[in-house]
Design a protein around this ligand. Structure first.
Ligand SMILES: Nc1ncnc2c1ncn2[C@@H]1O[C@H](COP(=O)(O)OP(=O)(O)OP(=O)(O)O)[C@@H](O)[C@H]1O
Length: 889
């Protein structure tokens, strides 16, 4: 039987690669369908793993033969097929063609550029004969020397690898599954990069390197370095094709270029696990060693490709989860921002509205005095056109000048009064309101004709400013009549004697000011201010209604997208992640040997295993998900624990996962089991309390749990099932939170009622809750920790059913006070299980209170110990050693 194991190894790789390709296709399909709505997802072209690419392009695996000489490579081919496929007279060939051997029904070869066709007359181990022991048909001749030699290049024309290659069709078992065998060309002008490119076009190569000489040339070493760079996870099988005793230099040279590390090989046959390289001193063990070698290389390829796929999925998942959290923030913050904007605007409006006539009068009186003083001091330059000293003015010109000065003065009074009024009403910093409005507006689209609240707000803020007062607004009726009379009956021309423009204006301003009536001016100004104020306020309200509507529509879409993410997208990607991760873990570490059962929960059985991969003593939780929903939940539990969270000292570590398809039962709807491999702890807190654990240790456990919870919450997750059995203790009674089965990002909480009855807070039944449900559950756990017993609180025990318990809890029933409780701990637990979630303590506060209580307890314990020791030893006696014993509470 020839080459069947090698063929099998290639076949297994092919099947695994198919699995991976399907996963990759599903992943790409998912991402493609999501990219429109989630442009932050990685662009599909960003997958840069050549192995994954080759697998996706359905490029079959193959064997690529490189080597020092053409003859050495040809010997490997013949040895591989156990037939003389290439003639033995290749010794002097320095310029040899690339040979590509593929499966075909007939045995023949075509030579690209020479166009020759060679009928191979031998009968190698054809598919049919491969399985029969008497398949010893021998070749009559192989490819002859003349066919193998590269034609000399035509002047100025470089020959192409493919064009000069020999394509061989062989009816051989080794090639049956589409595999290819490729022999690299020798000599010619081909670079190693070109050769590898061309090999990878037809196959994902497992590399064999044929050695003939006792050392590598510089060029050969460079080529080997390139191979290592191009196929970093590939392994190379070095085989010596001719007998040669000196070999130490080869090993040293390979070690120098990083192919081998100094340990792990003998001079006869070195196998180096670190770099997955092997050296065979002759063809004796070639067939025996080739098969495991191919398996090793195949494993490396699959690990590399699946790692890429996992990291692609991981990046999608984390982006989508972050998006989900952003959406959640958006959904809660936007209505708050809209309210805030409305309230703040109303405040400003109310403040301006409360301006009274008295306020305005005061402002006007002050402004008149200021203007008068400034004019007298010459601070104002009133521009009077064509003023010539001593020149004659027409009456029209005089009227124009009077009007100019009047209007100028009134404008000054108006603007000064406005700023006095604005200062009068302290409306505070308008920055946050403006920014909030701008943020709200930036999230929706506006047509040009639609009005924005931020613009309306500016109008409102400017309501007291920029009003125009007319002269009739400020003069008493008698003064108006006198002025008109004077103008009508004055002589038609007017000589402006000796006055300069400024002194004329000053005199005129003084006369005008004497006549102005502040109250009348104030009434006119206040009317204008209020008119504009009401108008701006109305406009603001209308623009807010529009903004509100726009956000309502937007938030509806956000809610739908979030729902889609929570219900479909994340569970689906999570499942792909779980499957791929399990695929890789299986290749890397295999199935664990399941030992004794150590625990059983509602969903899974936990058993111990002595080791898995390089980890000693692990716990294996096996769950058979029932339906898509449970698959989704389990996948997300896996994702949060393994990928979303960093390793934390107070959260149980998840090492990996496996999907056990063999657990399929005979029933039609049976499902595979998912195995979650975790660090193994000694016992859970329930058992520890039953077995007896000191009060100090129990307080330390509580502190550890708070610490773990703080981390979970800081990563946006809510545990939802904090209870004694989900807290695991190590050999030193330090605690870790386990079972993240109900754990969810706060942003994805749907309001479903989950958890363990006595730890469920009242708001859980309303369907709207947040991370503070963990604080409530912690409060109940603190009760057990302080009671030092696993007995139900009497107040709960009285309830005849789950429903009765929940009704009691909703009415305010909580665990009873026990006399042994430290008053501070009793207060602490009460603060945790308060009815109103907002009133419950924050984890940071709980942590500092617990630390302080624990410190005091520790001091008490050490004081008691030293008193006991002194009593037992007696004064003056020497204490040699004391073994601390655990104090059972
Ligand atoms: N890593 C571990 N090391 C040691 N024991 C463990 C480990 N994980 C779980 N156990 C034990 O197995 C029990 C059940 O495990 P777990 O709570 O994870 O299962 P479950 O089906 O999710 O339970 P639940 O009913 O709480 O949902 C635990 O109470 C604990 O005693």
């Amino acid at each position: 039987m020839v080459n069947v194991p090698i063929s099998k190894a290639l076949n297994v790789f092919g099947r695994k690669a198919d699995e991976l390709r399907q996963s990759y296709d599903s992943t790409l399909h998912q991402i493609n369908s999501l990219r429109n709505n989630f442009p932050e997802l990685p662009a599909l072209g960003s997958v840069t793993c050549p192995i994954l690419q080759a697998i996706q392009d359905r490029i079959p695996s193959g064997i690529a033969i490189f080597g020092q000489t053409y003859q050495a490579k040809c010997s490997v081919v013949n040895e591989l097929f156990k037939e003389t496929i290439v003639s033995q007279e290749t010794t002097e060939i320095t310029e040899g063609r690339m040979i590509r051997i593929k499966y075909g029904f007939e045995n023949y070869a075509t030579v690209g550029d020479s166009g020759s066709y060679v009928n191979l007359e031998f009968f190698p181990n054809s598919v049919e004969s491969a399985y029969s022991e008497d398949s010893n048909g021998s070749s009559k001749s192989g490819l002859a020397k003349k066919e193998l030699i590269l034609l000399p290049e035509k002047e100025g024309q470089l020959s192409k690898i493919e064009e000069s290659a020999i394509e061989v069709s062989l009816n051989h078992i080794l090639l049956k599954d589409g595999s290819t065998v490729m022999v690299s060309p020798s000599g010619g002008s081909f670079g190693i990069d070109e050769i590898v490119d061309s090999a990878m076009d037809v196959c994902l190569p497992f590399v064999i390197y044929a050695i003939e000489r006792a050392s590598f040339t510089h060029r050969e070493l460079e080529d080997l370095k390139y191979l290592q760079k191009r196929l970093p996870h590939s392994a190379v099988l070095f085989v010596r094709s001719a007998k040669n005793e000196e070999e130490s230099e080869l090993a040293d040279q390979l070690e120098n270029i990083g192919y081998l590390n100094p340990k792990g090989f003998t001079t006869k046959s070195w196998l180096n696990r670190a770099s997955r390289c092997q050296f065979l001193p002759s063809f004796t063990d070639f067939h025996v060693e080739l098969e495991p070698n191919i398996r090793r290389q195949a494993r490396a390829y699959l690990i590399q490709a699946s790692t890429h796929l996992i990291s692609l999925l991981e990046s999608c998942m984390s982006k989508l989860l972050n998006r989900c959290m952003d959406m959640s923030r958006d959904l809660t913050m936007t209505p708050k921002r809209l309210n805030y904007a409305e309230e703040q605007e109303q405040k400003i409006f109310d403040l301006y509205r409360s301006v009274t006539l008295e306020n305005v009068n005061d402002a006007i009186v002050k402004s008149i005095a200021m203007v008068l003083e400034e004019v007298e001091l010459g601070k104002h330059e009133i521009l009077l056109n064509n003023w010539k000293k001593g020149a004659r003015m027409s009456n029209r010109e005089l009227d124009e000048r009077i009007n100019t000065v009047d209007q100028y003065v009134l404008n000054q009074i108006s603007s000064k009064s406005s700023s006095i009024i604005c200062n009068l009403e302290n409306i505070g910093d308008k920055g946050p309101l403006k920014r909030s409005l701008e943020l709200l507006e930036s999230k929706v689209e506006y047509k040009q004709s639609e009005s924005r609240p931020s613009v309306r707000l500016t109008e409102l803020l400017n309501a007291p400013n920029g009003h125009t007062l007319a002269i009739d607004d400020g003069l008493p009726t008698s003064a108006v009549i006198t002025r008109r009379f004077k103008r009508v009956f004055q002589p038609k021309t007017h000589a402006d004697a000796d006055n300069s423009a400024t002194s004329w204006a000053q005199t005129h301003v003084a006369n005008l000011m004497a006549l102005l009536c502040p109250r009348k001016l104030g009434t006119a100004l206040l009317r204008q201010i209020k008119n504009r104020l009401y108008e701006a306020h109305e406009n603001f309200i209308t623009s807010m209604v529009l903004l509100d509507q726009k956000h309502q529509n937007r938030l509806n879409k956000v809610e739908n997208t979030k729902l889609r993410l929570r219900r479909h997208v994340c569970p689906r990607l999570g499942r792909l992640m779980l499957e791929n991760s399990s695929f890789r873990d299986l290749i890397m570490y295999g199935m664990p040997k399941i030992g004794r059962e150590i625990g059983r929960g509602q969903y899974g059985i936990v058993a111990q295993s002595d080791h898995w991969g390089h980890r000693i003593g692990v716990a294996v939780k096996s769950v058979i998900p029932d339906g898509d929903r449970q698959w989704g939940d389990l996948s997300l539990e896996f994702y949060y624990t393994k990928w979303w969270l960093e390793p934390h000292p107070h959260i149980v570590k998840l090492y990996g996962s496996l999907i056990d398809y063999d657990s399929y039962g005979p029933e039609e709807n049976s499902q595979p089991a998912v195995l979650l491999i975790m660090e193994r702890l000694r016992r859970d807190l329930y058992t520890a309390i039953k077995q007896g654990i000191s009060y100090c240790d129990r307080l330390q456990v509580a502190l550890d749990v708070v610490n773990g919870l703080r981390y979970l919450h800081s990563r946006g997750l809510v545990h939802r099932d904090i209870k004694l059995k989900n807290v695991l203790l190590d050999g030193n009674n330090r605690a870790k939170i386990s079972d993240l089965g109900f754990c969810k990002p706060g942003a994805m909480l749907s309001g479903s009622v989950v958890g363990t009855p006595i730890h469920m807070p009242p708001e859980l039944f309303k369907g709207a809750y947040d991370a503070s449900i963990d604080v409530y559950a912690l409060g109940i756990m603190l009760w057990y920790i302080c009671s030092g017993s696993t007995r139900l609180p009497q107040n709960f025990e009285r309830c005849s059913s789950k429903e009765a318990l929940w009704n009691a809890v909703r009415r305010g029933a909580r665990p009873e006070h026990l006399t042994k409780f430290d008053p501070r701990m009793w207060t602490l637990m009460q603060e945790c299980w308060k009815m109103e979630p907002d009133e419950r303590l924050k984890l940071g506060e709980i942590e500092s209170e617990l630390s302080s209580i624990l410190e005091i307890e520790r001091k008490k314990v050490s004081k008691n110990k030293s008193v006991k020791l002194q009593k037992s030893v007696g004064p003056g006696e020497l204490v040699v050693s004391s073994t601390p014993r655990s104090q059972n509470g």
